[in-house]
Design a binder for this molecule. Structure first.
Ligand SMILES: [Zn+2]
Length: 120
């Protein structure tokens, strides 16, 4: 009988061997850790405050790119990203998000292996 209320556990359907193979594949996709940069990019438009500037009429300057790094994680809030570095930072942040997802998947596999007493 299919229980529609129970969320399917895709890992539970795999053999231990398949789980280990998947784990190895995920590990191989992890990025170069030297580029790791956690945070999220935000764009802001700003008023410079100069009298008579177009921004005073609502045409704001920007967009300026900032890296949002949570203070709770030891960050400094919003960090300004110079335009010349925006592409690099965007790439690094994207890779780091992917790395976090990969690590979460690897951890889920290890949890499943632990439940089977197959964690080595
Ligand atoms: Zn202005």
């Amino acid at each position: 009988m299919i229980d529609a209320h129970k969320t399917p556990d895709p890992l539970g359907g795999l053999s231990t061997r398949q789980l280990r193979t998947r784990r190895r594949r995920l590990t191989g996709r992890l990025p170069d850790w030297e580029g790791y940069l956690a945070g999220s990019l935000v764009e802001q438009h700003r008023r410079c405050g100069k009298e008579g500037c177009r921004c005073a009429r609502g045409e704001l300057h920007g967009p300026y790119v900032y890296l949002s790094v949570g203070r709770a994680r030891g960050g400094r809030g919003l960090v300004y990203v110079p335009e010349t570095l925006a592409r690099l930072v965007r790439r690094r942040v994207t890779l780091s998000e992917q790395a976090q997802r990969l690590l979460a998947e690897i951890s889920a596999i290890n949890l499943e292996l632990l439940a089977r007493r197959e964690l080595e």
